[in-house]
Design a protein around this ligand. Structure first.
Ligand code: CTP
Length: 401
């Protein structure tokens, strides 16, 4: 179901200190099932070796126009022909100037000029170079020419100065490239979703929570953004990086999560409840830290939390509603019972012991048409498959209305 699988890209590396991040970028693109073919300028080889990138990408690395490995000596044409996009990371100020003027004096610049695919550029340079009017003119021209510019970020620089010009982190570039390549099956669609655990206070310092990391929910948010959706993410405490482009509302308790969802639900086309919401909360949390007493027991009185997913699905005109079922046994039966009881369009079922906190997941999707099993895979891949299925079912449901 994942359409970016087997998409090939050229990663062009130019000569800047940030070239060291290109090694990590090859890995992170690989995580997104993107096949990376590296081309380097001569200056880039002064910062990182082609051998490293060859080992990481699993393909020969090209640096020279006259490379004998390309049979017809047309490396500058051949290398871009079956590629979905060329990504230049890092892109130096000099290389961007070359792109603006259409220079073709080495393999990478010639490849860019002769390309028949889109170009993405991640600049990396000293802050003064970035702010120089010449660079700013070049950036504006590249954007006019349809080139996508990623970053740069602000922060500490290799030269010891601080400011704008740092290359984005490898993960951020990989996410942006994956989003660029993903089919836009949810263009114009507003997705509201919950993710992560909730935290139910016991007193001023303690609370009840669970082992959910937020990984699956955040991966689904990224996949939905990649598919063109506008995403509002209501998240319990999670240390996951915020998905670029998501409107994030941070909450702690189930009650706060419910309020945030109620606020946005009217405008949502799709609701996805990924959060591991606590079913119970402490009836009256103590304002101050509860002190230990001589009694050997402490009793907490728990009362049920509202079921956010069931509330959304029960609205007069509910959005297309997707729930998750985390079970420890009888997965399919329990999940299907949950789907019917909560009246949701689709349930994503997984075994809690396999999913919570892990990097991989194995899920089954249950809707009116039956059960579809997805193979075990990294959560990013599973998320894209889930989003693809949601998009298909959402469009079909919309047609029927
Ligand atoms: N959910 C919710 N609000 C709750 C509890 C659960 O929105 N108070 C949502 C979850 O986000 C998930 C789905 O309901 O999409 C199922 O959650 P799960 O914990 O598996 O099921 P429960 O309904 O809590 O049932 P049980 O714990 O008995 O399995």
């Amino acid at each position: 179901m994942t359409d970016i699988k087997s998409k090939k890209v050229v990663l062009g590396i130019t000569g800047g200190v940030a070239a060291y991040k290109a090694a990590e970028l090859v890995r992170r693109l690989g995580d997104q099932a993107i096949d990376v073919h590296v081309v380097m300028t001569e200056a880039a080889c002064g910062f990182i070796t082609p051998a490293t990138l060859q080992a990481l990408s699993g393909h020969p690395v090209y640096t020279d126009m006259w490379d004998a490995r390309i049979p017809n000596s047309m490396a500058h044409i051949e290398l871009s022909r079956d590629k979905a996009v060329i990504v230049i990371a890092p892109a130096t100020a000099d290389f961007m100037a070359k792109l603006v003027h259409g220079h073709a004096d080495d393999l990478l610049s010639t490849l860019c000029l002769a390309r028949d695919c889109p170009l993405i550029v991640a600049p990396a340079m000293n802050r003064q170079m970035w702010e120089n009017p010449a660079t700013q003119r070049n950036v504006a021209q590249l954007e006019k020419d349809g080139v996508t510019i990623l970053g740069p970020a602000s922060g500490d620089q290799a030269c010891g100065e601080t400011g704008n010009g740092r290359m984005l982190e490898a993960q951020e570039i990989a996410d942006a490239v994956a989003a660029f390549l993903a089919p836009k099956s949810l263009a114009g669609v507003h997705v509201l979703m919950t993710a992560g655990p909730t935290f139910e206070p016991i007193d001023a310092v303690r609370g009840i929570t669970n082992r959910s990391s937020g990984k699956m929910g955040y991966a689904i948010a990224r996949a939905a953004i990649g598919a063109g959706a506008k995403v509002t993410l209501v998240s319990g405490p999670s240390s996951q990086p915020i998905p670029a482009g998501a409107a994030l509302t941070r909450v702690e308790s189930a009650a706060d999560m419910f309020e945030a969802v109620k606020k946005h639900a009217k405008h949502a086309d799709i609701f996805i409840g990924v959060a591991a919401v606590a079913d119970y909360r402490v009836e009256t949390p103590s304002e101050h830290k509860i002190k230990k007493t001589d009694d050997s027991q402490l009793t907490l009185r728990l009362v049920p939390n509202p079921d956010i997913l069931a509330w959304v699905a029960g609205q007069k005109q509910p959005p297309f509603t997707v729930g998750f079922a985390a079970e420890s046994r009888n997965l399919e039966n329990y999940a299907d019972e949950k789907r019917r009881r909560k009246k949701v369009n689709l349930i994503v079922a997984n075994l809690a012991q396999n999913a919570i906190g892990a990097d991989d997941n194995e899920v089954m999707l249950l809707d009116d048409s039956g059960t579809h099993k997805l193979p075990r895979a990294p959560k990013e891949t599973v998320a894209k498959d889930i989003v693809a299925r949601i998009a298909t079912l959402y469009r079909a449901a919309k047609k029927r209305r």
